[in-house]
Structure formats: C-alpha cells, structure tokens
Design a binder for this molecule. Sequence first.
Ligand SMILES: [Zn+2]
Length: 88
Amino acid sequence: MAAGSLAPGPAVVIAAHAERCPRCLARLYELEAIGGVLLEELEPAVLAPDALTRTLAHIDAPGRRAKPLAGKPSGRRGVAAQPARCHG
Ligand SMILES: [Zn+2]
C-alpha cells in the first residue's frame, strides 16, 4: 500500500478488515513504515529516454482497456474466492 503496488481488490479487502481489527491495523502500519524506509533507501534509477512515450503508447494500445467491473469475476488470483482471514 505504501508503494501503491497492491491491486485495488485486495487493497479494499485489507483496508476494510484493518478498519475493524486493531491487530492487523498495527501490523499494516509497521509494514507501511518498513516499505517507506525501503523506498527512501532505493538508489534512483535512470529511465530510458523513451520510457514515458512507450508507457503512454502501451496504455493507449487497443485491447489493453480495463474490463468493465460488471459480470463474472475472472478469479485469476483467486483472491475474491478466499475468506479474508489474517490470523488464526
Ligand atoms: Zn485481523
């Protein structure tokens, strides 16, 4: 979450759970603090000169549009099918 790298679905599940679970909320704060320190310690990387252009072209490419939210869930990662259990 600190780096915004979690997919929206799992991020909502975790946020909703942590809202009512002090134990997981405390753990989440710990992990976000660790993630923040790790990001700060990263050496800056030089991007290719055309990185932005290629990224924008990739986003605009046909067939790369996000699928509508309605309909059958893909279940690719099986996240939605699993109960949101965090501790025993
Ligand atoms: Zn919990």
